[in-house]
Design a protein around this ligand. Sequence first.
Ligand code: ADP
Ligand code: MG
Length: 170
Amino acid sequence: MKSLPYFCRGEVVRGFGRGSKELGIPTANFPDSVVDNLPADISTGIYYGWACIGNGDVYKMVMSIGWNPYYKNTKKSMETHIIHKFKEDFYGQTLSAVLSYSFSSLFLCYLSPDDLIAAINSDIEEAKVQLELPEHSKLKEDNFFTSTTNSSPVSSSSAASTSQSIINGH
Ligand code: ADP
Ligand code: MG
């Protein structure tokens, strides 16, 4: 995928209460302005990379890019599970993420709930290992993550494409 690594940033918005948190796998949702800016070659699937909240520490993450059933699968969503235990929710804060690599996409919709949780947890374990490889771990140190104080979140669709190209051309 030529668009990887892909950098993105936006405000954490509420998802659609699919209860990820109850499953032990909360997923922070990006707003449409970020989702709509995804390059065409970033297809639906599971990605791994790095993420931080505000100016906080950079942690490993796994992200699901998928079709949103709430909108009858006409809209995509980007849901990020940060591999860290946070004391509090962070709705409304800025999430910065870099997508480093993609898993071969699984047909998750065919799985039972228990198998789905097991599949996601095995993806998380795999991501933890893969992200230690130099080609992925170097992104943790990228200055994208230290520049959050200087740039506002991508919050409007008109500003988004310019901001996105600045972010990825940094
Ligand atoms: P929603 O449907 O609103 O996305 P979730 O059950 O998926 O609800 O929970 C997501 C929220 O949980 C995030 O927006 C964030 O505020 C919080 N959260 C706490 N810990 C994490 C984490 N490790 N990764 C992602 N989100 C987390
Ligand atoms: Mg969620």
